[in-house]
Design a protein around this ligand. Sequence first.
Ligand code: AVJ
Length: 319
Amino acid sequence: MSPLSITRTLPADATAAALRADVVAGLSRTPKQLPPKWFYDARGSELFDEITTLSEYYPTRAEREILLATADRIAAATGARTLIELGSGSSDKTRHLLRALTDLHTYLPVDVSESALRAAGEGLLAEHPGLTVHALVADFQQGLTLPPAPGPRLLAFLGGTIGNLLPDERAAFLRAVHDLLAPGDALLLGTDLVKDEATLVAAYDDARGVTAAFNKNVLAVINRELGGDFDPEAFDHVARWNAAQEWIEMRLRARTELTVKIPDVDLIVPFAAGEELRTEISAKFREEGVRTELAAAGLRLTEWWTDRAGRFALSLALR
Ligand code: AVJ
C-alpha cells in the first residue's frame, strides 16, 4: 500500500495569525461579523457532523442522493485521473465518486484540518490500495498551489460551502479555480438552492439546538485561542433569511448590554442589548445565477443535476 503523504502549505502560525486578524477586524466594525471558517475546531467539526444528521438539515442528504445517481456520468464525462477536493473534511461523500472514477490515479484532498485529512486519507487508502493520496493542509482562500498530478483533473467543491463566501469572494474563488485548471479539466460544484423560507430557516435553526451550539462554538474558539471571556449563554442564536441577497444569515444576539475582553489581541468589545454579530452567510442559488457566475470565471456549465425534490444542485463545469 502506498503511504499517505501530507503537505502543509500553511506556515504553522498562519492559522493563528489569520484568526487574530479576523477577530480584530470583525469585532471592531459595525455591524460586527466573523468569517464562518472559525467554527471548525474539533468540537465544531463534531457539531457540524451532527447537523448533517438532523431531519431539518436536508443539504447533505440531498447532495448524497445526487452523487449516488450521477457518479458514473461524472466519471464518463470527465475521465478524471486526478480528483482534487477542496474542504474535504471526512471525505464521506467522496467515496461515491472514488468508486465510480475507474481511471483515477491520484486523490488530492485539501483541508485546513490536518487531523481530518489524516483520518480520511488512511481510510480511503485502505479501500483503494492502488490510489496515490496526497493530502494538502491549506486554506483555499489564501491561494492554492497543487503538486503535479496526471490529467484530466476534476476539482470537487461540495456541500454548498461556496455559499459561505461573499459574492466578491465567490468571484475571486471561481477565478482561482479557473487558473488552477487546464483546458479539459472540470469543476464539480455543490450548491444549495433557493426554496421556501420556512424550510431554509428550519435547516439553520433546528429544534434540538445543535446549530445554535455550533454557532456559539465560535465564541469558545475565541476564548480558548485568544483568552477571550465570551459567555455563550449571554447570546441567542439567530437564523434569518435575507430575501434580497438570497442567503441565510446566522447571527449571535447579545441578550443584554455587555462587554467582552479579548486580552491576546488587546480588544475590549462592547455589545448593546440586542446587538447582533453575524457569524455566517449561506447563499442559496438558482441555475441561471450559477451559470452566470461560472461563465464570468471562464468556466462553462455542462451539467446541472438536482435531487428529486429539487432542493440542492450539483454542477459540472469545464475549463
Ligand atoms: C455545509 C459548510 C456549507 O452553510 O449549510 C450548517 C455549514 N452552517 N449549518 C452551510 C452550516 C450552519 C454549511 N456548509
